[in-house]
Write a protein of this length. Sequence first.
Length: 160
Amino acid sequence: MTLKVGDTLPAATFMTSGAEGPRPITSDELFQGKTVALFAVPGAFTPTCSAKHLPGFKDHAADLKAKGVDVIACVSVNDVFVMKAWAKDQGIADEIVMLADGNGDFTRAIGLDFDGSKFGMGPRSQRYSLIAKDGVVTTLNVEEGGEFRVSSADYMLGQL
């Protein structure tokens, strides 16, 4: 399956870091009854992800929420401890939910995985953003060829 507008996001369990430590969060908890801006990065601490992608969503969190977004979430094929460290490094508090798709199960299920082995990264997520309303994809922006344009917070704001 390659995800497209109109699709319902598959059931998945991510890991996130809370006050009590790592905890699972299901796709139902995340998406049910909410408008969610989800964006995916190839890897925490990677150059474009750290310099542009995550900071853009942090900087525009209030703007996205003002346009009807209930939750902003970042997903990466990294473990929960890496995602927690990256959030701390980037000054992310509760404005963005940091989701670890450690085994890449969600990423593979939506068909937006790629093989980053030639970069020493193994299986990873393509860079994309989407809006889901009650778990149904209403907007999908997938980058081509390593670009960073259509998955940005600025681009998404123009779509809302």
